[in-house]
Design a protein around this ligand. Structure first.
Ligand code: AR6
Length: 174
Protein backbone atom coordinates (compact mmCIF):
# COMPACT_ATOMS: atom_id res chain seq x y z
CA UNK A 1 0.00 0.00 0.00
CA UNK A 2 2.38 2.73 -1.15
CA UNK A 3 -0.10 5.56 -0.93
CA UNK A 4 -1.17 4.91 2.67
CA UNK A 5 1.02 6.10 5.55
CA UNK A 6 0.82 5.80 9.30
CA UNK A 7 1.94 8.51 11.73
CA UNK A 8 1.67 9.07 15.44
CA UNK A 9 1.02 12.59 16.68
CA UNK A 10 -1.04 15.73 16.34
CA UNK A 11 -3.01 16.19 13.12
CA UNK A 12 -2.91 19.99 13.44
CA UNK A 13 0.81 19.99 12.67
CA UNK A 14 0.58 18.26 9.29
CA UNK A 15 1.43 19.90 5.99
CA UNK A 16 -0.98 18.10 3.71
CA UNK A 17 -3.65 19.42 1.37
CA UNK A 18 -6.44 18.51 3.80
CA UNK A 19 -6.91 17.22 7.30
CA UNK A 20 -10.14 15.59 8.39
CA UNK A 21 -11.91 16.71 11.54
CA UNK A 22 -13.91 14.26 13.66
CA UNK A 23 -16.60 16.83 14.38
CA UNK A 24 -20.12 16.58 15.77
CA UNK A 25 -23.33 17.47 13.96
CA UNK A 26 -23.40 21.02 15.33
CA UNK A 27 -20.06 21.86 13.65
CA UNK A 28 -19.49 24.27 16.53
CA UNK A 29 -16.31 22.65 17.80
CA UNK A 30 -15.88 20.47 20.86
CA UNK A 31 -13.20 18.45 22.64
CA UNK A 32 -10.68 15.95 21.33
CA UNK A 33 -9.34 16.41 17.84
CA UNK A 34 -12.18 18.83 16.99
CA UNK A 35 -11.12 21.18 19.79
CA UNK A 36 -7.47 20.92 18.81
CA UNK A 37 -8.23 21.75 15.15
CA UNK A 38 -10.41 24.74 16.01
CA UNK A 39 -7.83 26.07 18.47
CA UNK A 40 -4.99 25.75 16.00
CA UNK A 41 -6.96 27.10 13.03
CA UNK A 42 -8.34 30.17 14.80
CA UNK A 43 -11.78 31.81 14.62
CA UNK A 44 -12.21 31.82 10.83
CA UNK A 45 -12.82 28.07 10.94
CA UNK A 46 -15.80 28.45 13.26
CA UNK A 47 -17.09 31.32 11.12
CA UNK A 48 -17.08 29.12 8.03
CA UNK A 49 -18.72 26.29 9.94
CA UNK A 50 -21.47 28.65 11.11
CA UNK A 51 -22.14 29.69 7.54
CA UNK A 52 -22.44 26.06 6.48
CA UNK A 53 -24.89 25.31 9.29
CA UNK A 54 -26.95 28.35 8.30
CA UNK A 55 -27.21 26.93 4.80
CA UNK A 56 -27.65 23.20 5.37
CA UNK A 57 -28.51 22.86 9.05
CA UNK A 58 -26.67 20.37 11.23
CA UNK A 59 -24.42 17.81 9.56
CA UNK A 60 -25.80 14.27 9.75
CA UNK A 61 -23.45 11.47 10.88
CA UNK A 62 -21.60 9.98 7.91
CA UNK A 63 -21.66 13.20 5.86
CA UNK A 64 -18.80 15.63 5.27
CA UNK A 65 -18.25 19.31 4.42
CA UNK A 66 -15.14 21.31 3.55
CA UNK A 67 -13.76 24.64 4.76
CA UNK A 68 -10.53 26.55 4.49
CA UNK A 69 -7.99 25.95 7.19
CA UNK A 70 -7.35 29.32 8.89
CA UNK A 71 -3.92 29.32 10.54
CA UNK A 72 -3.25 25.64 9.94
CA UNK A 73 -0.50 24.51 7.58
CA UNK A 74 -2.90 22.49 5.47
CA UNK A 75 -5.13 24.07 2.80
CA UNK A 76 -8.48 22.63 3.79
CA UNK A 77 -10.30 21.03 6.69
CA UNK A 78 -12.85 18.38 5.85
CA UNK A 79 -15.34 18.08 8.69
CA UNK A 80 -17.12 14.80 9.08
CA UNK A 81 -19.27 13.30 11.81
CA UNK A 82 -18.70 9.74 12.87
CA UNK A 83 -21.31 7.60 14.63
CA UNK A 84 -21.75 7.47 18.38
CA UNK A 85 -21.20 3.80 19.29
CA UNK A 86 -24.38 2.30 20.75
CA UNK A 87 -23.46 -1.36 20.79
CA UNK A 88 -23.42 -1.81 17.03
CA UNK A 89 -27.19 -2.00 16.63
CA UNK A 90 -27.66 1.33 14.88
CA UNK A 91 -25.71 1.04 11.63
CA UNK A 92 -22.62 2.46 13.27
CA UNK A 93 -20.29 0.54 10.95
CA UNK A 94 -21.96 1.87 7.81
CA UNK A 95 -22.00 5.39 9.18
CA UNK A 96 -18.29 5.23 9.98
CA UNK A 97 -17.55 3.89 6.50
CA UNK A 98 -19.58 6.75 5.01
CA UNK A 99 -17.68 9.31 7.09
CA UNK A 100 -14.41 8.14 5.49
CA UNK A 101 -15.95 7.73 2.05
CA UNK A 102 -17.68 11.11 1.91
CA UNK A 103 -14.51 12.82 3.14
CA UNK A 104 -12.55 11.16 0.34
CA UNK A 105 -15.17 12.09 -2.24
CA UNK A 106 -14.95 15.74 -1.17
CA UNK A 107 -11.18 15.50 -1.44
CA UNK A 108 -11.43 14.34 -5.05
CA UNK A 109 -13.98 17.04 -5.90
CA UNK A 110 -11.56 19.65 -4.55
CA UNK A 111 -8.49 18.22 -6.28
CA UNK A 112 -6.89 17.37 -2.97
CA UNK A 113 -3.88 15.11 -3.41
CA UNK A 114 -2.89 14.44 0.19
CA UNK A 115 -5.25 13.93 3.11
CA UNK A 116 -4.85 12.94 6.75
CA UNK A 117 -7.44 11.19 8.89
CA UNK A 118 -7.68 11.01 12.68
CA UNK A 119 -9.23 7.88 14.21
CA UNK A 120 -12.81 9.05 13.76
CA UNK A 121 -15.30 8.06 16.50
CA UNK A 122 -12.75 6.20 18.64
CA UNK A 123 -12.55 8.87 21.35
CA UNK A 124 -15.61 10.54 22.85
CA UNK A 125 -17.92 8.60 20.52
CA UNK A 126 -16.72 5.26 21.89
CA UNK A 127 -16.43 3.19 18.69
CA UNK A 128 -14.32 0.03 19.30
CA UNK A 129 -10.84 0.81 18.05
CA UNK A 130 -10.05 -2.47 16.28
CA UNK A 131 -13.26 -2.43 14.31
CA UNK A 132 -12.93 1.28 13.52
CA UNK A 133 -9.41 0.64 12.22
CA UNK A 134 -10.56 -2.20 9.96
CA UNK A 135 -13.31 -0.03 8.51
CA UNK A 136 -10.97 2.94 8.01
CA UNK A 137 -8.29 0.90 6.25
CA UNK A 138 -10.63 -1.08 4.00
CA UNK A 139 -12.59 2.02 2.96
CA UNK A 140 -9.47 4.04 2.20
CA UNK A 141 -7.69 1.20 0.40
CA UNK A 142 -10.67 0.51 -1.80
CA UNK A 143 -11.12 4.21 -2.59
CA UNK A 144 -7.51 5.03 -3.46
CA UNK A 145 -7.32 2.04 -5.80
CA UNK A 146 -10.12 3.57 -7.84
CA UNK A 147 -9.04 7.21 -7.49
CA UNK A 148 -5.49 7.87 -8.64
CA UNK A 149 -5.90 11.61 -7.99
CA UNK A 150 -5.42 10.91 -4.29
CA UNK A 151 -1.66 10.54 -4.00
CA UNK A 152 -1.31 10.09 -0.26
CA UNK A 153 -3.55 9.18 2.66
CA UNK A 154 -2.15 9.49 6.17
CA UNK A 155 -3.69 7.79 9.19
CA UNK A 156 -2.54 9.79 12.17
CA UNK A 157 -3.00 8.25 15.60
CA UNK A 158 -2.82 10.33 18.72
CA UNK A 159 -3.03 7.56 21.28
CA UNK A 160 -0.60 4.65 21.50
CA UNK A 161 -3.38 2.05 21.48
CA UNK A 162 -4.71 3.16 18.11
CA UNK A 163 -1.19 3.49 16.75
CA UNK A 164 -0.36 -0.12 17.65
CA UNK A 165 -3.64 -1.37 16.17
CA UNK A 166 -3.03 0.47 12.89
CA UNK A 167 0.57 -0.74 12.75
CA UNK A 168 -0.59 -4.31 13.04
CA UNK A 169 -3.54 -4.04 10.66
CA UNK A 170 -1.46 -2.24 8.03
CA UNK A 171 1.15 -4.99 8.31
CA UNK A 172 3.88 -2.61 9.46
CA UNK A 173 5.12 -4.78 12.33
CA UNK A 174 8.66 -5.83 11.34
N1 AR6 B 1 -4.54 14.87 16.50
C1 AR6 B 1 -4.91 13.65 16.06
N2 AR6 B 1 -5.78 12.85 16.73
C2 AR6 B 1 -6.28 13.33 17.89
C3 AR6 B 1 -5.95 14.59 18.42
C4 AR6 B 1 -5.03 15.39 17.65
N3 AR6 B 1 -4.66 16.61 18.05
N4 AR6 B 1 -6.61 14.77 19.59
C5 AR6 B 1 -7.33 13.64 19.80
N5 AR6 B 1 -7.12 12.77 18.80
P1 AR6 B 1 -12.38 12.40 19.49
P2 AR6 B 1 -14.79 11.24 18.24
C6 AR6 B 1 -7.68 11.41 18.58
O1 AR6 B 1 -12.96 12.26 20.85
O2 AR6 B 1 -14.62 9.98 19.03
C7 AR6 B 1 -15.46 15.96 20.02
O3 AR6 B 1 -15.77 16.64 21.20
C8 AR6 B 1 -8.13 10.62 19.79
O4 AR6 B 1 -7.02 9.95 20.40
O5 AR6 B 1 -11.66 13.64 19.14
O6 AR6 B 1 -15.09 11.14 16.78
C9 AR6 B 1 -16.33 16.37 18.86
O7 AR6 B 1 -16.77 17.69 18.95
C10 AR6 B 1 -9.11 9.63 19.17
O8 AR6 B 1 -8.43 8.46 18.75
O9 AR6 B 1 -13.53 12.24 18.34
C11 AR6 B 1 -17.47 15.41 18.96
O10 AR6 B 1 -18.47 15.85 19.86
C12 AR6 B 1 -9.61 10.35 17.92
O11 AR6 B 1 -8.84 11.54 17.81
C13 AR6 B 1 -16.85 14.16 19.51
O12 AR6 B 1 -15.69 14.58 20.21
C14 AR6 B 1 -11.08 10.68 17.96
O13 AR6 B 1 -11.44 11.14 19.25
C15 AR6 B 1 -16.39 13.23 18.40
O14 AR6 B 1 -15.94 12.05 18.97
Amino acid sequence: MPRIELLKGDITKLEVDAIVNAANSSLMGGGGVDGAIHRAAGPTLLEECKQIVQKIGSLPPGKAVITNAGNLKCKYVIHTVGPIWKGGYFDEETILRNAYLNSLKLAVENKIKSIAFPNISTGAFGFPKELACEIAISTVKDFVEKNPGIEKVIFICFDEENYQIYKRKLGLNE
